[in-house]
Design a protein around this ligand. Structure first.
Ligand code: SF4
Length: 354
């Protein structure tokens, strides 16, 4: 992709104006210490900030709330989380998607206990040594919990800055410029500033609406003087391929449903599934796992990051359960206790189980 010379706004982001706006309009979030409490010296808990940041990757604030509260009630400290079995964590994570995050969460908690004696580090350099903690998460935790003067740039901040500097190429082509635009403005209240920019992007400078009249950046914003919704410039879309497969839902004479554990590696590793065929680039008939009165119940479409999946869903009653030994039979009323990813919950619903 060609790199056009990006315009740079000669006026730095006005951190004082952003903080004044944040002091009045900060969102109330379960994991957040409000600016008023922060000013009174209430310290943010790095464990809570880390947990929320990992959950918020690829997931909305609204979806994360109940998972966050549940995790904290089960595992109030990083030591509690480290001591929990991975399977229990996966069960609670089910539905949030991107399950590698849950596995990294567990590995990271164990590393904090083993290498830092259970004290969560707060410098970006130390945080970066932890499993699953990348530059964004390290910066967010360091800024929010220790006011490290480091730029925190998530998708919301990308959009705010792309508009502020009227960036005429996709953000991914000018990541360094976007980061530098934030970095030069980071004030002593680095944590509040980071959260203020996130809030601006989530509320005022939203994807399909820019309420510039309410925005503290408006006086110097180049996007506001043009058409803010032109920014950020969209990258050309790569086609997402489709894969096809079959899912088999079996009930025994009690109505219990047959489940099994996925392979140790690969997509949705170690999660729970119904028996399923390979996922192939074209539609192929496959033999069901056992002979029975199989009925076609419909189709499930699920979109993963790198491909779209179409699953044909089949169901059958199985009287002779001895031939199925790798998995287990689950009471349909207890399925919330299974580490079922969304795609297999859809399969069960389509088969009339949930
Ligand atoms: S002035 Fe408008 S376009 Fe610029 S950052 Fe604020 S809301 Fe976004």
């Amino acid at each position: 992709m060609s790199k056009a010379a990006a315009p740079q706004n000669p006026t730095p982001i006005d951190a004082d104006a952003v903080l004044a706006w944040y002091d009045r309009h900060a969102r109330t979030l379960l994991w957040r210490v409000s600016p008023a409490d922060r000013a009174r010296g209430v310290p943010p808990d790095p464990y809570r900030v880390w947990l929320s940041e990992v959950m918020l990757q690829q997931t909305t604030v609204a979806a994360v709330g109940r998972y966050y509260a549940r995790f904290l009630s089960l595992w109030p400290t990083v030591a509690d989380l480290a001591a929990a079995p991975l399977e229990a964590l996966l069960v609670e994570w089910a539905g949030l998607g991107y399950y590698a995050r849950a596995r990294n969460l567990h590995a990271c908690a164990m590393a904090v206990v083993e290498r830092f004696g259970g004290r969560f580090p707060t410098s970006s350099a130390e945080l970066l040594t932890l499993p699953g903690v990348g530059p964004y998460t390290a910066a967010a935790i360091a800024a929010i919990t220790a006011d490290e003067r480091i730029a925190v740039v998530d998708g919301n901040v990308d959009r705010v800055v792309a508009r502020y500097i009227a960036l005429d190429v996709p953000v991914r082509d000018e990541k360094d410029l976007v980061r530098a635009t934030v970095q030069t403005a980071v004030p002593a209240r680095a944590g509040d500033f980071a959260q203020a920019l996130m809030d601006l992007g989530a509320t005022i400078c939203a994807p399909r609406n820019a309420a510039c009249i309410l925005c503290p950046l408006e006086p110097a914003c180049l996007g506001a003087k043009a058409d803010p919704l032109r920014f950020p410039v969209k990258p050309e879309k790569a086609d997402r391929p489709t894969r096809y497969g079959h899912a088999f839902v079996m009930r025994d004479t009690d109505g219990d449903v047959y489940l099994q554990t996925r392979a140790d590696t690969g997509l949705l590793a170690k999660m729970t599934e119904t028996p399923v065929s390979d996922w192939t680039p074209d539609r192929r008939p496959v033999a069901p796992p056992v002979p029975s009165d199989w009925r076609h119940r419909g189709q499930v479409v699920h979109v993963f990051t790198h491909f779209r999946l179409e699953l044909e869903v089949w169901s059958a009653h199985v009287a002779d359960t001895a031939q199925l030994s790798a998995g287990w039979w689950a009471d349909p009323r207890e399925l919330d206790n299974e580490a079922l990813p969304s795609v297999f919950r859809k399969v069960l619903v389509t088969a009339g189980v949930e």
